[in-house]
Design a protein. Structure first.
Length: 343
């Protein structure tokens, strides 16, 4: 009997089950009706009384050990199957990988460009690192214009007469296009621009613009107004009205700031439009003859219009986004609200 007890102890020591079924097999083998321990307890009845006390203790300890081992192995295996690799279970629902969505700024930029593409505009792009000529001088900015100040513009080199800087607007691409193409020119220029601004809900040091330029013979302010109205209808719906306010830009004459009727209150007055009924969407004007001349286009023969808008601003108006910083924080909960998943 003692040899059997030692044998069971050895088996217990070396028992390393890989599956729950093996644990159950072991339990039946030891504790089942015909199990090793059950038989030992039966034999125990025949043990001489002198040995009963000591053997009885051994047997009970053994039984407890076997029961404990069965319990522990079972628990460990259950934990492993909960945490461990799931490949084995073909009935589990498939795990779908999260799919990203297009950024609201990209969505609106694409929409703006597609509206102008349908009007016959081509897309032109230029460098983000620019020189003073293309950002300021060719666009008629006087040498002492505040935009040239370090406080407003990020300069890279200032040690020549044509400093290198991060473009502050995409109007620089107008200049590059006029320098390399002959009229008729009809382009829209999307891109990132940089300004030395403190970041707040309404201002950021990086944002996106779309610039537009149309140059041909006999281009008039009426053409500009018509193109803006068409854009407003496509972007904000056919009930949108436009209003042009006289303004000033160094590169256009005359210049205007363009408003649309508030898309929330339809012009009646609300918080979004600060009770004016109008929301500003872009700057525009007729290209100044000096600007045409500077880029090698004959202002006697050609005229043109230009406009420029902020993409983030249009997206804010379209979706009533209150804080510009949201675009750059990359919080997926914000970004995934604007539709169109990208597979
Ligand atoms: N470049 C101007 C800005 O960044 C926007 C602008 C205004 C562009 C009028 C134009 C324009 O082409 O005609 O604020």
């Amino acid at each position: 009997m003692r040899t059997i007890i030692n044998n069971v102890l050895e088996q217990l020591e070396s028992f390393r089950p890989g599956t729950l079924a093996q644990v159950e097999e072991f339990r039946v083998h030891m504790l089942g009706k015909k199990g090793v321990l059950t038989r030992l307890f039966e034999e125990f009845k025949n043990v001489e009384p002198a040995q009963k006390r000591e053997l009885g203790q051994h047997l009970n300890q053994l039984k407890n050990k076997v029961q404990e081992a069965v319990k522990v192995h079972k628990e460990q295996l259950l934990l492993q199957t909960e945490r461990g690799p799931k490949e084995g279970d073909l009935t589990r629902p498939a795990h779908f990988a999260d799919v990203g969505s297009r950024h609201p700024v990209s969505l609106v930029q694409r929409e703006i460009l597609s509206i102008y593409e349908r009007m016959g505009f081509a897309i032109a792009e230029g460098p983000e690192i620019e020189d003073d000529w293309h950002v300021f001088s060719a666009l008629n900015f006087p040498p002492d214009h505040p935009a040239r100040d370090m406080q407003d513009t990020f300069f890279i080199h200032t040690d020549s007469d044509n400093p290198v800087l991060l473009r502050t607007h995409t109007s620089s691409v107008q200049v590059r296009t006029m320098e390399t193409q002959k009229p008729p020119i009809r382009v829209v220029c999307p891109g990132r621009v940089f300004r030395n601004e403190a970041i707040s809900a309404r201002a950021h040091c990086i944002f996106h613009q779309v610039e537009g330029l149309y140059i041909d013979e006999n281009v008039s302010f009426a053409d500009l107004k018509q193109a803006i109205l068409l854009f407003a209808h496509e972007m904000f719906g056919t009930s949108a009205r436009i209003r042009l306010r006289p303004s000033y830009f160094p590169f256009t004459e005359p210049s205007a700031e363009v408003d649309i009727s508030c898309n929330i209150c339809d012009g009646g007055g609300c918080n979004v439009c600060k009770h004016t009924g109008w929301l500003e969407i872009m700057g525009a004007g007729m290209v100044d003859p000096d600007v045409l001349q500077a880029s090698g286009i004959d202002p006697e023969k050609y005229s043109g219009y230009a406009f420029g808008m902020g993409v983030e601003r249009i997206a804010m108006l379209k979706w009533q986004i209150k804080d510009l910083r949201l675009y750059f924080e990359n919080d997926v909960r914000f970004l995934e609200q604007f539709g169109e998943e990208v597979p």
